[in-house]
Design a protein around this ligand. Sequence first.
Ligand code: FAD
Length: 485
Amino acid sequence: MGVTRPPRAVIVGSGLAGLTCARELGRRGWSVTILTPGRAGRDGASHRVHALAPWILLSAPWVRGDSPTRFLADLKRRGGGRERPGLTEVLVDEAHRAAVELCSELDLVTLDDRPVLLQGDAMPRGRRVVPRHRLPLLLPLLHECAAVGVRIVERAVVIGLATAGDRLTGVTTFLRESGRPTSLAADAVVLACGGVGSVFPMTTVPRWCRGSAIALASACGVSLHAPHLTQALPVTATPPLYFPTTAALLAGRIVIDGSPFAGGTDLVTATRVMAEAFRRGARVALDPSGAAESLLPPKVREGLTFQREGRVPLALALHHGVGGVAIDAWCRTSMPGLYACGEAAGGVQGARRTMGTGLLEARIFGQRAAAAVAKDHHRLGRAAEPVAEHLIACPAEPATLEARIDALIGPLTVIRPTGELLEALAELERWPLAAEPATERGYLAGIRRSAAMEIVSSALTDPEAGSGLALGDGPDRGERPGEES
Ligand SMILES: Cc1cc2nc3c(=O)[nH]c(=O)nc-3n(C[C@H](O)[C@H](O)[C@H](O)COP(=O)(O)OP(=O)(O)OC[C@H]3O[C@@H](n4cnc5c(N)ncnc54)[C@H](O)[C@@H]3O)c2cc1C
């Protein structure tokens, strides 16, 4: 009698969500393959978390008097009804456990005795942590994946999904080594390929995180949840992409073309005013005279521009995709056999996202995706041979297209007027497709084009987003003045 092979899962991406999911499935005896475009565990937003500020933020109820119920009320208030049913509740119920586990597994050290109060929160829930060692953050998880036999293929960009009937049956990946698309059959596929930051020219996330989940799902008709819900942050322009902290932004003065902006201490308003100023071509800076100077991160304070000018030039960067692939509370998409978790999935939070929850979402929903894959397998059984391949369209002249996306999408980072959305969509839709065999560069431009079109189309259907501030916007990271160490 032949030996039955274990069920096969393909995980797209090696951030916290992907590695968590892979490890859990490996422990359950699945044959797991992770496909990732760069170096495993180092090519996603998860690897970058302490690049923006010197510390990592985890937001979960910790203090006496706080509770999942209060946390949920705060998240729901910010979400404004734009969450998917049941997802915020999962985050709330599991946030504390996930935060404790992450600190232990990734060897994170807490900076403060007590949680800090984050802007807009009713209770102090922010835990500032730093890795104890200067090793890659996800190294412990990579080791655990190796220990349970997870196979990792680096330099592999997933460019399509395969189906048989209404069931997902595998992926197509572009392997840089061979320079060719290759098919991989699977009984389950998990999209853990991060958010949409790099659809936008100014972003805090790595270049690979360019909306692959949205593009792949859309190529085979899988439902999306409000892909236009995004979050932007004011960051330093030089040195690039540091977060000056909410404390410094609130305690200092925002200066637009040399004149102070008198807009109160509300960062959402300040972000909008900054966005309007950038659209006029104005220069925006933070003047941290007085107490605010000591609140700036040391890297910013020591930067050449600040030393010379006494001001910090600011920019706005796309930081997080709040929308994404539509999932249920167990990460199932609208297609059997296809799952999404972490930033690839949408709807855990709604109109505005709470800072310090990205890693928690990746962790919690990475675990849930693995549990659902294993459970559903009893019902779905093995996948049939793929019948149809749904590849992302590969555009002609990818370098020119990337430059056009910068020009069309950059101004829409925060403010999204309907006319500009329509113009962008029309130009992206009519972009010619490649006649010659596609390259990795072509597929990467294709992923970005497809994700940009979904974001723009989704914004056009949302009366609140089409003409105003991108929903999901507004920084909430950092402490109130005086509470940062
Ligand atoms: C600078 C910065 C600071 C942050 N600070 C915090 C913080 O303090 N606290 C917090 O909770 N959250 C923070 N976040 C948010 C948090 O990092 C993310 O929400 C979280 O890491 C997302 O994890 P993920 O596994 O879903 O995605 P990622 O870690 O982004 O992983 C996505 C993976 O998919 C891969 N991929 C993409 N496209 C493809 C494709 N086509 N084929 C194959 N693989 C693909 C990527 O290369 C990567 O391996 C921060 C984010 C940034 C960028």
